[in-house]
Design a protein around this ligand. Structure first.
Ligand code: ATP
Length: 301
């Protein structure tokens, strides 16, 4: 069942459309990724979903609520950590949590949250003294303090080292496992592949693809690449005619065929039929990086 529904969302700044007819829905309990180059319109989209920005056109519903007309009710349903989130440098972790908890009638127990998020020993530390990873964990805690049904996390792991990022992934998984729907804006393919049930790829204010990470990878042109040195002559035409083959190249005796897994299987069968062998065989599958590059046009200023 969808907990977020977005249809025909449009937003322009100074006449320039930055969100240009975006539609998607997010199922209750999933981790939904929004991926795309800088300036693609990701933050604007999630800000419209969170009621922090008013769209020019389109319909948004979160748990049945209109984020603008029912803003107050929405704050009880959605927890937000934004790219530009900040906490006063001098506030301690405890003070920040108590301050945010005071906004809600039935806040979560912040002691449990800090325990779960590994911040218990930093409770008296000032925000300004926290490490990047600790700040991110505090932002997650602040986004969860109102017991939201949906949490929006915008570039949560930017600036973290690989271990910090992995730890944060585990936290996000735990948040999802507790029944909260997660909308995750990210630049990291690996993060989307690891965490997201489905990913919307946004480019130039439009959704260019929406699929599971595996589905997106499968859309990359020539998603599987095999290369080998045949032990005897193998006509290029026969390779090009293999099912799913998109490109055949030959260099220094090494043949490279782009296609799908089916192409690889058919090529192996062809090689065997010809009584040949495939020397120094390599088969590589496309990554989400390849799919991303294929499905977006690149950074915009
Ligand atoms: N308040 C604003 N006034 C004018 N232009 C804005 C405003 N907010 C955002 N923009 C512009 O709208 C475009 C989309 O911005 P947005 O922050 O939604 O993109 P994004 O996909 O989140 O990018 P990034 O990955 O860099 O955070 C950008 O070109 C940005 O400069």
């Amino acid at each position: 069942m969808a907990i977020i529904e977005v249809a025909g969302l449009r937003k322009a700044y100074g006449g320039r459309p930055v969100v240009d007819g975006v539609s998607f829905s997010v199922d209750d309990g999933e981790i939904f990724g929004i991926l795309g180059p800088n300036g693609a319109g990701k933050t604007t989209t999630v800000e419209c979903v969170s009621g922090l920005r008013v769209a020019d056109e389109g319909r948004v519903r979160v748990a049945g609520l209109d984020p603008v007309a029912e803003r107050e009710a929405l704050t009880r349903v959605v927890g937000v950590q934004l790219q530009r989130s900040e906490v006063q440098e001098k506030l301690t972790v405890r003070e920040a949590l108590e301050l945010y908890a005071a906004f809600y009638e039935r806040p979560a127990d912040w002691r449990e949250l800090v325990e779960e998020l590994g911040l218990a020993d930093r409770i008296g530390a000032r925000f300004g003294k926290l490490s990047g990873g600790q700040r991110q964990r505090l932002f997650i805690a602040l986004a969860l303090i109102g017991r939201p049904r949906v949490v929006v996390l915008d570039e949560l792991t930017t600036g973290l080292d690989p271990r910090g990022r992995r730890n944060t992934w585990r936290l996000i998984e735990r948040v999802r496992d507790s029944g909260v729907t997660v909308v995750l804006v990210t630049h990291f393919m690996e993060e989307a592949r690891h965490l997201c049930d489905r990913v919307a790829l946004i480019d130039g204010g439009r959704i260019t693809a929406l699929d599971t990470p595996v589905g997106l990878i499968g859309r990359a042109a020539g998603s599987t690449v095999m290369s080998f040195v045949p032990s005897g002559p193998l006509p290029e035409g026969e390779l090009a005619a293999l099912p799913g083959a998109t490109d055949v190249a030959r260099k220094d005796g090494r043949v490279t065929v782009r296609g799908s897994e089916e192409t690889v299987n058919a090529a192996m069968a062809l090689i065997a039929r010809r009584g040949l062998t495939a020397g120094r065989l390599r088969v590589e599958s496309a990554s989400l990086d390849d799919a991303y590059l294929d499905l977006t046009e690149g950074d915009r200023p």
